[in-house]
Design a protein around this ligand. Structure first.
Ligand code: NAD
Length: 484
């Protein structure tokens, strides 16, 4: 499949020449070859994009359109993107290496479900409510927060963009999207889809760039809110800039989630679901269940079953539908994962399968899916986000101990429990300090809030709560005799 390069940036619904000659190369991690280039936005381009978004917010029709009208526009965008889901999936796989089956479902189709959900919510939301107050009637309004800077990572490029764009549009905000410099191509597909809709000029602007220009966008005085998905290091920097300007900010950061296998676990049913939960997207997922907590009584049995299953995963060309594990997204990511494998060994954990580069693949930034056993939760491989296909199996004595280990983490994004007793699973879920939890499986419910406790972030995406994140609430106190 040939992949298109681009010469322009998408600003004010126009294809605009960038202000510098800087370019970003997109490298297919399976072949290590450049597949396309796009312009790298500069600070001047940020100024132009923010100005377009500011004008569209302050003077354009978008914020004052009805929820129904905005919902219709969002639906048009969903329909435009749906024209070529397989093409979108193939593009994202070539950008960053997701196995194509994962790309179809999670990278290409999920963003459309998110758009449809917020199209519906925009139509239904009561943007202005009249209600009795303490002293006199009040009119409560949900008003759009303003110009939003959306900054997204490479691992789920279109999906993370949509978690911000869809609710921001539903709320009436205008948006400047800065995709990750490694994965700008799907953002160009998004721009092409926006062109096919009635979304007015300046409402969505897309400018691929790296960290420095991203920071300039975050600091921009004409930006009212930043919504960021990425690492804790960057999130902490972005949060501090927003704090210094009292700028609204949502942070979706990393994770080190625990899958607790209870003593009664049915391994035959669990392992096929636990594998994708732990290793999805080649292990490059914030919600990956990378710590498997196993009861000491069944530790060896669980280790053996998991090790066999992981050893049988098919590693290779991510465009092949039978592939389970593709390459890491970049050479530096492979180096990072390999360094953690060495750290784990040095800490005294044992590799039961994997740990090397696959010998049958000459090109591509692959690492074998790897299981570490005899892991203690104090080890770095159990505490730090590796972001690759590496799972640690940690023994526990009793359920109280399992909950304590699961909670003994700086992160609090996701978690799972696996048991024949759903009520007991729910009881465990109530005790775990994470934003999302699943009993017997690994789900992300788009109609419900998603986000992190602790260092996994601040704020929530998805659900009604994800829409609320793009509102300023205004209370208007009316005269006592005002009829509501
Ligand atoms: P990253 O933080 O390096 O970069 C993310 C984005 O932020 C990129 O667009 C990058 O250019 C930009 N950026 C980096 N520093 C910045 C700064 N100082 N100012 C402004 N922009 C800046 O993260 P990454 O390596 O691309 O992504 C992986 C991380 O993302 C992992 O930690 C993963 O857990 C996290 N993630 C979290 C979620 C979630 O919903 N919680 C989802 C996906 C990924």
């Amino acid at each position: 499949m040939t992949v298109q390069s681009y010469d322009s940036l998408f600003i004010n619904n126009s294809w605009v020449r960038p202000s510098t000659k800087g370019r970003l190369s997109v490298i297919n991690p399976a072949t290590e070859s450049a597949i396309a280039t796009v312009p790298e936005a500069s600070k001047e381009d940020v100024d132009a994009a923010v100005l377009a978004a500011r004008n569209a917010f302050d003077h354009g029709p978008w914020p004052s359109m009805t929820g129904e009208q905005r919902g219709d526009c969002i639906k048009e965008l969903s329909q435009a993107l749906q024209q070529d889901i397989p093409g979108l999936a193939q593009l994202i796989t070539q950008e960053m290496g997701s196995p194509i089956t994962f790309s179809m479902r999670s990278q290409a189709f999920s963003p459309i479900i998110v758009l449809d959900y917020y199209a519906d919510l925009a139509r239904k939301h009561a943007f202005e409510v009249k209600r009795p107050g303490m002293v006199s009637p009040v009119v409560c309004r949900s008003e759009p927060v303003g110009v939003v800077a959306a900054i997204t990572p490479w691992n789920a490029p279109l999906f993370t963009m949509m978690l911000k764009l869809a609710p921001a549009l539903a709320a009436g905000c205008t948006v400047v999207i800065k995709p990750a410099p490694e994965t700008p191509l799907d953002a160009y597909r998004l721009a092409e889809a926006i062109e096919k809709t009635s979304i007015p000029p300046g409402v969505v602007n897309i400018i691929p760039a790296g960290r420095e220009v991203g920071e300039y966008l975050v600091s921009h005085r004409q930006v009212d809110k930043v919504s960021f998905t990425g690492s804790v290091v960057a999130g902490s920097k972005i949060g501090s800039i927003c704090g210094s300007q009292i700028k609204r900010c949502t942070l979706e950061l990393g994770g080190k989630s625990a899958a607790i296998l209870l003593d009664d676990v049915d391994l035959t049913a669990t392992i096929p679901q636990l594998l994708p939960a732990a290793l999805m997207n080649n292990g490059q997922a914030c919600i990956a269940q990378t710590r498997v907590l196993a009861p000491a009584r069944r530790y060896r049995e669980i280790v053996d079953t998991l090790t066999d299953a992981v050893a049988n995963l098919r590693v290779g060309d991510p465009l092949n539908e039978t592939t389970d594990i593709g390459p890491l997204f970049a050479e530096r990511q492979r180096e990072r994962v390999e360094s953690y494998i060495e750290i784990g060994k040095a800490e005294g954990a044992r590799v039961s399968t994997g740990g090397k580069r696959p010998s049958h693949l000459e090109k591509g930034w692959y690492v074998e899916p790897t299981v570490f056993v005899d892991v203690d939760n104090s080890m770095r491989i159990a505490r730090e986000e590796i972001f690759g296909p590496v799972v640690s199996v940690i023994p526990y004595d009793n359920e109280e101990n399992a909950v304590a280990i699961a909670n003994d983490s700086d992160y609090g994004l996701s978690g799972t429990v696996w048991t024949r007793d759903a009520e007991k699973g729910l009881d465990i879920a109530r005790k775990i300090r994470t934003g999302t939890y699943t009993v017997n499986g690994m789900s992300m419910d788009f109609m419900s809030p998603f986000g992190g406790f602790k260092q996994s972030g601040i704020g929530r995406e998805l659900g009604q709560e994800g829409l609320n994140a793009y509102f300023e609430y205004k209370t208007i106190n009316m005269p006592a005799d005002y009829k509501i």
